[in-house]
Design a protein around this ligand. Sequence first.
Ligand SMILES: Cc1cc2nc3c(=O)[nH]c(=O)nc-3n(C[C@H](O)[C@H](O)[C@H](O)COP(=O)(O)OP(=O)(O)OC[C@H]3O[C@@H](n4cnc5c(N)ncnc54)[C@H](O)[C@@H]3O)c2cc1C
Length: 405
Amino acid sequence: MDISHRVIVVGAGPVGLCLSLALAQAGMQVCLIEALGEDNFLEQVPRAGTNHPATLELLERIGLYDKLEPRGIIAPLVHYWDRRENRLIAEFDHGLLKDDTRFPYVLQCERIKVVEEALKLAQAHPNIEVRLSTTFASFAQDADGVTGRVINAAGEGETMRGAYLVSAEGARSIVRKELGIAFEGFTYPDRTLNIEVAYDFRKHGYTERNYISDPDEWSNLFHWKGPPDRWRVHFPTEPSEDPEALQRPEALQARLRKFLSSARDYDIVGSNLYTVHQRVAKKFRGGRAILAGDSAHVNSPIGAMGMNSGVHDAFNLADKLLKILRKEAGEDLLDRYERQRRHVAVQHTQAETIRNKRRLAEKDPAVRRRNHDDLRRTAEDPKLARAFLLRTSLIESLREAEQIA
Ligand SMILES: Cc1cc2nc3c(=O)[nH]c(=O)nc-3n(C[C@H](O)[C@H](O)[C@H](O)COP(=O)(O)OP(=O)(O)OC[C@H]3O[C@@H](n4cnc5c(N)ncnc54)[C@H](O)[C@@H]3O)c2cc1C
């Protein structure tokens, strides 16, 4: 088999799927390996869901945006609230980015819808061999390519060859571990509780995306299109709290009631508890094996940057792999991928998400007041507000990466 134009992609998450589609649509062959099968692919826990403007431009390039828009909510506004005083601190309107992007809004569209629609496109594409129910196990590389070892749907060991291997298998990347690449950073001791509830919080002044600061119990509140129409509410928990007790129906009701009192029980659609890591891989590649998305960097969801920055990795990498596979550039172009995307991961995604969490959870009253005054002033000045939105929507990170040689 001629493998000179063939790439093995591990993981049909948003990153692996976007990369596969971008490569295949440009004429390359892709073998996409995914451990989940037709029977359980749609049973994944709720995760990302806010798609920033720059990401929407990329999703449009591979024909995915048109599939997602009808399934999502167009949300131009984002709110910052002070829960202690039950007060809106600042409202930012992505409309201020109308000269910076064709999409001056975010699309609230959950990761599961993104991967469902992208998988359909991948399965319909003649250049992509989608291998579901296939678990990647290990790999070896030589001067010409990479050999991946998998356990296939029949439970048998199998090998496959490609010119390059991309690890888009998420935070537990086997490829990263086999390459011996350190995943530097830290893990927060407290876990975040996510409650999905069918209740319209707009009645109380909230918008589709809300970040709510509180010294005792910060939260995030996001709206998703149904059925059933749902809101996701995030709360911090104490490291010592029992996961089972935290998710008992009466405990979930009590938390929601404390957040917003209600005479009736809330209609809770689901809940889950997750640990938050802030980590970046020391290197993004070892020879012909390359890391992208969560396998290269993970961060707190406050700011909605994980999936977005992962998708940005995918398109950056696709452009470079295409040049290399077409022999228009040497393999050292992949070093630029690492320089650009590692810079974004450390200087933008990590910095911004750590700052976001600190701002929401701040306990010192003087610092809280200063933070809130800053946000208010920024939102009130269109120039400052535009600069704020360019940063939070990751447009600035893409522009900065372009300047990196
Ligand atoms: C609760 C929560 C909320 C979040 N909210 C946001 C948000 O609002 N916005 C945002 O941008 N990000 C958010 N994130 C982060 C976001 O979900 C991730 O950054 C994103 O899903 C990463 O995409 P990925 O494709 O790199 O990896 P994943 O989405 O993790 O996909 C990896 C895929 O690889 C497969 N796989 C794994 N191991 C193997 C193997 N050995 N063989 C074969 N297949 C394998 C998995 O089954 C999976 O399909 C959130 C995360 C969490 C936990």
